[in-house]
Design a protein around this ligand. Structure first.
Ligand SMILES: [Zn+2]
Ligand SMILES: [Zn+2]
Length: 1288
């Protein structure tokens, strides 16, 4: 824009200039060291430095400009200027009486032809740059004093539009009548003295007259001047006789100076009576080009002065002042420019960013954007500052368009002034530093050497400086630091799917050879970030960066250093403390704060803090919105999975957390009536159960409120969860009786314990010393079980009279042990012996819990670690049964079931379903209903889907009752809200007589429909007809498959057709060789040939029919979708029987994510195939599935339930009491009644509010004006600007 002599520097759009003209009080030009009209606004500091001085003084005049009719020549409406145009506006201010002469000419700069216009997208408004100025002093020196041209200042502006010819002159003049001259006629006292004197000198002449008032004096003077202006010619001019009575009273001889100043001319004429001396006159001024405007101006001033006179001075002429603002706007081409539609309080000061951009507050976003661009063009040196301005306004206006413009500028490499200053300060440099590039690069290098963790921040700052300085050298250095995920893998020489610990090992190995530890750490960090939440790698990266592998700083000291009084605060608060201390701290202390934060982050294992430490803007969620992990407390197998699972089941969680409301009372009457699963329970069982729920309560409170990423279940809880009382008693007995010390649980249980896959053991031998014990145990179902422990079988006989725990039978009561046995597995009763391998020997009865309870409770914990040491795996169904039993014992019933007297409660309502078993006897169809907490299914010989697995439970089968084989099937007569399916993977090898883990897949979808199993109560209902049809198909399918198997003869690895073919070849060879004595039927090969094709045809036909049948079976129920269930949890076991690792996947319905809960780690599952493809392989097998009734999901499950304690931050410099200690000490004596008061330690610290301002983003603008008392007026509304009403 500097072309063709246009000045450069910041400019002002026409509306801005007009606004500044109105604000500029020429009397105070240098009051603030700047001229509002011509100087650019002060640079806003965005709240980072001292507050800006106010722009205007309150006494300054905001001009009210009126038109001087004869000095104004403005465009007519709609007129566009051309290259000969000149507009003039003469104006005066009714407040300060100054004169303003504005001339806009379009002809002087005649090399430009196209004035800016609102219709021109690129030049909608004139944008004025100051070309030159002249002060009164300069003018006086040059031209001397000239009363016709008395001025204060004059300025020339030119428009920056490249084709715009506009040149604008603004001249500001003081009032024509100065105070001294005016005092002759405006001072009532002077006038009074003057009048009294004249009257006294000649009382006769002035008889009846009194002194003149200022209003009249002004009126006389005005009249003279108006007469003078109106005179057509010199000759017409009146003379004023100075002896005139009115003149004498008003002016006498004392106002000669005034009259002469106003160009009145004194005239003397010889008097007809010489003794009286000459007659004196004032000739009215002769109006010439020279004084025309001068006299004109004086009249305007007199008008204004008259208007100001007190009313008691008499009536006056009302003069109509005509506002001139629109004339000015029209002349400057900005009348009716497009504006934002908003109300703005004009008394409020404008946001300084508008002024800096040469814009005004009511500009549209588009005009503002244009102003920014034009300002950058004209004043490129300050581009970064203008970007900050635009950004601030974009934020204040909440304008997406402007924000986009900011983003565009940023992505085009522009940087804001703030960023530049921050970047220099990061290196302790002055933003105006004249240091060379090399110096800055050196600072960068030494900084990242001494504080490697600041590397990223240092790099960003260096890049900004590079851009600011346009230094390629610096930029190259800064850019040498990016590392992609692939780069990182390559650098560490590991494939993408390498396990975290192996990557860490690779990095450590590399660090032994390489000195570039920072780069290794960086690579680890990049990989860790890519694998979101991989704490192992984050920690490895952190320790690699610290160089020593760990800090010597103690965790307590770290908290102290960050001035955090209590450790029990959420991650976010820790980070806030860190930030508030670190911001603005010198770089040395910054490092020490970083160290403290890192120590805390590692101690808490907080991925959030580590990521934030590395990059404060990192998009990581604090742990407080995520579920909490559970530390592994030893060989507790699926304990953690189970606890996490129960925590997500709302009815259980709510009950446990509000346990006091549900607690079973311990009065004898209630206990007497209590039946859990139909069984009487005694007081000690209830007390133990309540202890269990209290422990669970504490854990749940921790899961809810912990600010750490994981918590630790207590040993007590683990024991109470996993071991039924009987199991513990067994262990004790065995350890007493064995001469070789305590045996492992597994040895007690007759064989290796294989984790949850392992079937519940047969009951252990009961020593006679414990005969008073009442034990409830599984009924041994399979008398021919391979583990046959005859002594235990014998003891169990008398126990069988006890009611079974979770297999209550109601209705047609004819339950024989035989009928129960059938329930184990539908295929069990199949005559086909080949299915026997699917039947694990000592499996529990269908859905029996395997619960073993004894009433001889021992309150002590297990005495030693032996039980844990020797493994604690029990069947998951058994443990779940134990948990449910304890929960039910601990709580009071909601009602009592009439038929059995069993208690109905929250647990039962949530988990229990029921089957009705139909047995076709000779004379009747008998039905029997049994409730269950879970369904047990089997993976089968080749794997199946979940329906095929469930079919085994519900399909018709042949059972033997009273030596008669009869059909029997089951229907689902009560649908549980939470459906638990145990996939029983323990299988038994009949040849080796060993149990093994059946890894065959059970394919389970996220949604299942149970319609096909639902009991209709009518054996001939539509659903039953469909079921029977399916059973028929399955029967045929089994026959076909058997035939197919036989023909394929897969076990011998040669199919029947192949065998025949081989036989045929053999026979043919025999024939050809014509061996002596061997007769071969000549028809045989042919017959064989025929047979071969027959068999092949049969195989093909069978295959086709099998296909059709399978499709039919699969499609039979697909249209029935009323009883929908959604998958909620998947328990996984990895490894072999007897050990391995357990974790659980839980679905978060609210957020539509699956999480993996793997002991202390809870992480999102990004690829869901990892859950559904855990089938068969070594990766892990699902062994327990939980489905939730779709229609009630919201009330049944909730994955995330967090309520992290909000801990107060006081002033960080304050000494601060240990809240936790206080909380505990005030929380009653735990020793007195530990079971009642245990959870009090979770009482919340007093709720307090964090203090640091960083938590609440405030606008820099607002900060800057805080405490500026002069401007606390005119708030325009909550969203109309900042708190002080300064509009954006
Ligand atoms: Zn004024
Ligand atoms: Zn222009």
């Amino acid at each position: 824009m500097a072309a063709r002599g246009t000045p450069s520097g910041p400019g002002k759009t026409a509306p801005r200039l007009i606004n500044d003209l109105l604000d500029h009080d020429p009397r105070n030009e240098f009051k603030h060291g700047r001229n509002l009209l011509v100087d650019p606004g002060r640079k806003f500091n965005f709240g980072r430095g001292p507050t800006l001085p106010h722009r205007k003084d309150r006494l300054d005049c905001r001009h009210k400009l009126m038109r001087k009719e004869h000095q104004t020549n403005t465009p007519r409406v709609e007129e566009e200027p051309d290259s000969s145009t000149e507009y003039k506006v003469g104006a005066y201010c009714t407040a300060c009486l100054h004169h303003f002469d504005i001339t806009a000419n379009f002809w002087r700069r005649n090399d430009r032809k196209t004035p800016c216009s609102l219709s021109d997208e690129f030049n909608p408004l004139h944008h004025f740059l100051l070309a030159k100025s002249q002060t009164a002093k300069e003018h006086k020196e040059k031209y001397g004093v000239n009363k016709y041209d008395l001025f204060i200042e004059a300025h020339r502006f030119v428009c920056s539009g490249s084709e715009c010819p506009l040149q604008l002159d603004i001249k500001i003049s003081p009032p024509r009548l100065n105070h001294i001259m005016l005092s002759y006629i405006l001072d009532p006292a002077k006038l009074d003295i003057r009048g009294q004197r004249e009257i006294k000198n000649d009382p006769e002449r002035y008889h009846g007259m009194s002194p003149i008032k200022p209003l009249q004096a002004l009126g006389y003077l005005r009249q003279y001047l108006v007469d003078a202006k109106g005179a057509k010619s010199k000759t017409e001019l009146r003379k004023i006789a100075r002896r005139n009575k009115k003149y004498m009273l008003t002016f006498a001889d004392e106002c000669d100076e005034l009259f002469e100043y106003l160009d009145f001319k004194p005239i003397e004429e010889a008097s007809p009576e010489p003794e009286e001396g000459p007659n004196c006159f004032w000739q009215l001024p002769i109006i010439t080009d020279l004084n025309r405007n001068f006299i004109d101006d004086v009249v305007y001033e007199i008008d204004l002065l008259m208007a100001r006179r007190p009313m008691d001075e008499g009536p006056r002429v009302i003069v109509n002042h005509v506002p001139v603002l629109k004339d000015i706007e029209r002349s400057l081409g900005c009348l009716d420019y497009p504006t934002r539609n908003r109300t703005v309080d004009l008394s409020a000061d404008e946001h300084p960013c508008y002024i800096s951009l040469g814009a005004v507050y009511d500009f549209t976003d588009r005009l503002l954007e244009w102003s920014y661009e034009r300002q950058c063009e004209c004043d490129p040196l300050n581009k970064p500052y203008y970007l900050d301005c635009l950004e601030d306004l974009a934020t204040g206006r909440q304008s997406a368009d402007l924000q986009l413009r900011v983003v565009m500028a940023t992505s085009a490499g522009e940087v804001g002034q703030k960023a530049i200053e921050d970047s220099y300060r990061f290196f302790n440099l002055d933003p105006d530093s004249v240091e060379g590039d090399e110096h800055i690069m050196g600072l960068y290098k030494s900084r990242i050497e001494s504080a490697p963790r600041q590397k990223d921040a240092a790099r960003d700052c260096l890049l900004t400086i590079a851009k600011h300085r346009k230094s390629e050298k610096i930029e190259a250095l800064a850019n040498d630091r990016t590392m992609s995920f692939e780069d990182a893998l390559e650098f560490l020489n590991v494939p993408a799917d390498t396990a975290s610990d192996s990557i860490e090992a690779a990095a450590v190995a590399l660090s032994l050879e390489s000195s570039d530890k920072a780069k290794i750490a960086r690579a680890l960090r990049v990989i860790a970030n890519q694998r979101s939440g991989d704490f192992t790698l984050q920690r490895a990266a952190a320790s690699m960066e610290s160089g020593t592998g760990g800090s010597t700083l103690d965790v307590g000291d770290a908290y102290h250093r960050l001035q955090i009084g209590t450790r029990n605060v959420p991650d976010e608060i820790v980070f806030t403390y860190y930030q508030s201390l670190s911001n603005g701290a010198p770089s040395g202390s910054k490092d020490s704060y970083s160290e403290a934060l890192r120590v805390i982050a590692l101690d808490r294992q907080s991925n959030f803090l580590l990521r934030k430490l590395e990059d404060p803007n990192a998009d990581v969620q604090a742990g407080t919105a995520e579920p909490v992990g559970l530390d592994n407390i030893g060989n507790t197998c699926y304990l953690n999975s189970l606890l996490q699972y129960y925590y997500t089941i709302k009815p259980v969680r709510d009950m446990v957390i509000n346990f006091q409301q549900h607690r079973m009372s311990l009065n004898d009457e209630d206990i007497k009536n209590k039946r859990v699963g139909g069984r009487i329970v005694d007081k000690s069982e209830i007390i133990k159960a309540q202890k269990f729920v209290e422990e669970l309560h504490n854990l749940f409170e921790n899961l809810k409120t912990a600010s750490t990423r994981s918590v630790k279940p207590t040993r007590e809880l683990a024991e109470l969860t996993i071991f039924s009382s009987a199991a513990v008693a067994d262990f004790r007995r065995a350890s007493i009786s064995s001469p070789h010390g305590p045996p492992s649980l597994s040895s007690i249980m007759n064989g290796p314990v294989y984790g949850p896959q392992w079937p519940p053991p047969p009951p252990p031998p009961l020593p006679t010393t414990l005969e008073e014990d009442i034990e409830m145990v599984d009924h041994p179902r399979n008398k021919n079980a391979e583990n046959g422990d005859d002594s235990s079988e014998a003891t169990l006989v008398d126990l069988e009279q006890l009611p079974p725990s979770y297999s209550e039978t109601t209705g047609n009561e004819e339950s024989s042990p035989g009928a129960d046995a059938v329930m184990v597995d539908g295929e069990d009763a199949s005559p086909d012996k080949s299915s026997a391998s699917e039947k694990p020997p000592p499996i529990p009865p269908r859905n029996k819990s395997g619960l073993v309870i004894q009433t001889n409770e021992n309150k002590d914990l297990l005495p030693n670690d032996e039980l844990w040491k020797f493994g604690s795996q029990q069947d998951v169904t058994e443990v779940i049964g134990n948990v449910m039993f304890r929960l039910q014992c601990a709580i009071k019933p909601t009602s009592i079931e009439e038929t059995s007297g069993a208690q109905i409660d929250i647990i039962r309502d949530t988990f229990f379903g029921a089957n009705t078993v139909y047995t076709q006897k000779a004379l009747s169809l008998e039905r029997k209903t049994e409730a269950w907490p879970s369904i047990i299914v089997f993976p089968g010989k080749v794997g199946r889907d979940i329906y095929e697995a469930l079919d085994v439970v519900y399909d018709e089968q042949q059972v033997e009752i009273d030596n008669t084989t009869v059909p029997q099937y089951a229907s689902l007569s009560k649908l549980p809200p939470i459906l638990q399916i145990h996939i029983q993977r323990t299988d038994f090898d009949h040849e080796t007589h060993r149990a093994f883990k059946n890894r065959n897949p059970v394919v389970f979808p996220e949604t299942i429909y149970l319609d096909r199993y639902v009991d209709s109560g009518d054996p001939n209902s539509a659903i039953m007809r469909r079921r029977r049809e399916t059973w028929g198909w399955k029967e045929r399918l089994r026959t076909l498959e058997a035939r197919h198997t036989a023909l394929k003869n897969e076990q011998a690895q040669i199919s029947v057709p192949d065998a025949l073919l081989a036989t045929k070849d053999f026979v043919s060879n025999l024939q050809e060789e014509e061996i002596e004595g061997l007769e071969v039927d000549p028809a045989l090969p042919e017959a064989l040939e025929e047979r071969i094709s027959e068999v092949a045809a049969e195989l093909e036909a069978i295959t086709g029919r099998i296909d059709i049948l399978r499709k039919r079976i699969q499609g039979q129920f697909v249209d029935m979708r009323e009883y929908e269930y959604k998958l909620q949890s998947v328990f996984i076991h990895r490894g072999e029987a007897g050990g391995g690792h357990y974790w659980i996947y839980i679905y978060d319905f609210e957020h539509d994510i699956w999480r993996e809960y793997n002991d202390e780690w809870v992480s999102e599952v990004k690829d869901r195939r990892t859950i559904f493809e855990h089938q068969g392989g070594a990766g892990g097998t699902p062994y327990y599935l939980v489905y939730v009734k779709s229609s009630d999901i919201k009330n049944l499950v909730e994955a995330v339930c967090r309520d992290v304690q909000e801990v107060q931050m006081t002033d960080v410099t304050e000494e601060w009491p240990d809240l936790v200690e206080n909380g505990v000490s005030s929380g009653a004596n735990e020793d007195e009644d530990s079971s009642e008061t245990r959870h009090i330690e979770h009482a919340k610290p007093r709720p307090l509010r964090p203090k640091p301002a960083v938590l609440e983003p405030t606008s820099a603008w607002e900060d800057a004006w805080k405490g500026s008392e002069d401007f606390n007026v005119g708030v325009s509304g909550p969203n109309e600007g900042d708190a002080n009403g300064r509009p954006w």
